[in-house]
Design a protein around this ligand. Structure first.
Ligand SMILES: Cc1cc2nc3c(=O)[nH]c(=O)nc-3n(C[C@H](O)[C@H](O)[C@H](O)COP(=O)(O)OP(=O)(O)OC[C@H]3O[C@@H](n4cnc5c(N)ncnc54)[C@H](O)[C@@H]3O)c2cc1C
Length: 565
């Protein structure tokens, strides 16, 4: 079978555009000219470079290192072309080497000036931005330039580290000692006990033994220390669709923004295999692709994004000061004049061992026409006894499927509205199974083939069910708000607007200057589009709050000690 063409073969012209003399002239005001002798390193893998470089004369070879430290040439840049990819936009360590093949004159554009260029020069900026993104896609294809993970492909920690890097758009390579002699040689060379696997070799040469995501991120330069003296206009907790939308709109309107996320950009949406109902994408888009665009867009406008950094507590303002302090789990602190809570929620999951294996294709947390179509005329199971479960069951039943509604209690009355209970009773294709508990999921390759459940008397039933719906609630990520004075509802979601007190903006919490958007907000619509809309809407409220003069006081704020993780 013919192999898929690489991104360079498909989109080489867009990846490596040649700027016209006029475009270079326009770019000049953003950079400074520098000379490099033959053989000089313009970029080195694992090190932060000076910025994007437009070649004025001479030739530069771009190469990547593979896992054996062998160099492969990616491209040779000629005058009019430019060096760089997304690392140069974000000021992060390079993922490739750039070497002058002869004397080179280049226009060096620092990351902050590059962002200014992208915004001021719309057409030129679009060509450059597209090239930077495509070059990263090319690096992701080969994995070169990123860390090397040494460990068994099916090891849980290997999967954890791979998942973290993949979700954050970082290239990586895996060496499996079961099949790769190089992996075994590395294990011997570094005297690694099998219990210490996986090890990770970072591009800068450091060796990590079964690191945490935080250690790995710091080693590859994904995140650095936060300036404790900087006061941001707004600190956003959560880089899901709501937080990224705030970052894009706030930064593009001139506010200084820091976004924190404890896992990855994209939040729950980033985990979605395909989002079909987001406006403007009639054929659907993977959550990761949609969120990566938003992440790059936020950086283009100058928003700072720190991942993984987890907010542990929120303090201030106090003693007449108007600044808030976010205490992070790693003991760093962020100071900001306003705070946006965009920390989302996590759908409750079943406590069944292999649930995650089926979550992309056979286990669903909502019932839209898409899911209904997937399981039309099939027997399906639905777990839950609240109104969302009832609505979903009624909706799915209309598509002609046989629904087994598995309920933990003895009936639906205690948890569901009467009208839904009655409607369910009137639908012959819904069977309510009470005192039921799912025990086993069976299937292969991510596809569910059968489901087993047990009822109160211990009887177990096995049915050939290929789709399982879970409506067992969502838990908000609000533990970190304990002690902050931000009012929550009975389930822990953040109250805003009239529910939070009188005279509030619709997205403002009980504490002036602290706003809440997206899934974490009580009564919000749990959808990507709603989260993005609230992210845009909150920026007007931020402007109003900051313009009201709440940002001028400078008194010191008492900071409570961080909770331990
Ligand atoms: C698998 C799946 C598929 C989905 N598909 C669709 C779909 O097709 N269409 C649709 O409209 N909706 C879909 N949804 C729902 C949609 O993803 C959410 O409504 C949306 O992501 C909410 O965005 P958010 O930014 O408010 O929160 P989230 O996406 O939950 O993001 C919150 C972020 O905050 C971070 N965070 C939490 N606590 C902290 C802390 N203390 N410090 C720092 N960071 C923190 C989290 O790591 C997370 O990245 C789906 C959800 C899931 C789980």
């Amino acid at each position: 079978m013919a192999s898929r063409p690489s991104i360079i073969e498909q989109r080489g012209a867009q990846m490596f555009p040649v700027l016209s003399p006029l475009e270079i002239e326009r770019a000049r005001r953003f950079g400074e000219c520098r000379s490099f002798p033959t053989g000089a390193a313009l970029y080195t893998t694992g090190q932060v470079s000076a910025g994007l470089m437009v070649i004025l004369s001479g030739r530069v070879e771009i190469s990547q290192r593979d896992r054996s430290d062998r160099h492969t040439i990616i491209v040779v840049h000629e005058p009019g072309e430019f060096l760089g990819e997304l690392a140069q936009l974000a000021g992060r360590p390079s993922l490739a080497d750039a070497t002058a093949l002869e004397q080179v004159e280049a226009l060096v554009i620092r990351p902050d000036r590059l962002r200014a260029l992208l915004i001021a020069e719309a057409e030129l900026g679009e060509r450059i931005m597209r090239a930077l993104i495509l070059r990263r896609v090319g690096l992701l294809e080969t994995g070169a330039g990123g860390p090397i993970i040494v460990g068994r492909a099916d090891n849980g920690d290997v999967l954890r580290l791979q998942g973290f890097l993949r979700r954050n758009g970082q290239p990586q390579q895996l060496l499996d000692p079961e099949i790769d002699a190089e992996a075994r040689a590395l294990i011997e060379r570094f005297h690694v006990d099998p219990g210490q696997l996986p090890i990770v070799l970072c591009p800068g040469g450091q060796l990590l033994r079964n690191p945490s995501e935080d250690e790995l991120a710091r080693c590859v330069g994904l995140v650095g220390p936060i300036d404790p003296n900087r006061v941001y206009d707004v600190a956003v907790v959560g880089a899901g669709p709501a937080g990224l939308a705030t970052a894009v709109y706030a930064a593009s309107e001139g506010l200084s923004v820091l976004v924190l996320d404890c896992r990855a950009f994209g939040g729950q949406a980033g985990a979605s295999a395909r989002i079909e109902n987001y406006l403007g994408f009639p054929t659907g888009i993977t959550g990761m692709a949609l969120m990566a665009r938003a992440y790059n867009q936020a950086q283009k406008f100058g928003a700072e994004i720190a991942i993984p950094d987890e907010a542990a507590a929120l303090h201030g303002p106090a003693d007449g000061a108007d600044r808030f302090v976010l205490q992070l789990y790693n003991n760093e602190r962020v100071t900001a004049r306003s705070v946006v809570i965009a920390s989302g929620a996590r759908y409750r999951r079943l406590g069944v061992a292999n649930l995650d294996a089926f979550e992309s294709a056979s286990v669903h947390y909502w019932a839209t026409p898409l899911e209904a179509k997937l399981c039309a005329n099939q027997e399906i199971a639905l777990v839950g006894a609240g109104n969302s479960a009832g609505q979903a069951a009624v909706y799915l039943a209309s598509q002609g499927a046989k629904i087994r509604m598995l309920v933990r209690g003895s009936d639906l009355n205690a948890s569901m509205s009467r009208y839904l209970v009655d409607r369910i009773a009137g639908l012959p294709n819904i069977e309510v199974v009470t005192r039921a508990e799912v025990t086993t999921l069976e299937g292969r390759d991510g596809l569910l083939e059968a489901l087993r459940w047990r009822v109160g008397d211990g009887t177990e039933t096995r049915r050939p069910i290929r789709h399982l719906f879970l409506f067992i609630g969502a838990a908000p990520n609000t533990d970190w708000l304990t002690g902050s004075g931000v009012a929550l509802d009975g389930k822990g979601f953040v109250l805003t607007g009239d529910d939070a007190g009188g005279n509030r903006h619709a997205l403002e919490t009980s504490r002036p200057g602290i706003f809440a958007i997206g899934d974490v907000r009580a009564k919000s619509v749990k959808r990507v589009a709603a989260a993005v809309g609230e992210g845009a809407q909150v920026v007007a409220a931020l402007h109003a709050y900051l313009a009201a003069g709440n940002q001028t006081a400078t008194a010191a704020i008492p900071v409570a000690p961080a909770r331990s993780p």
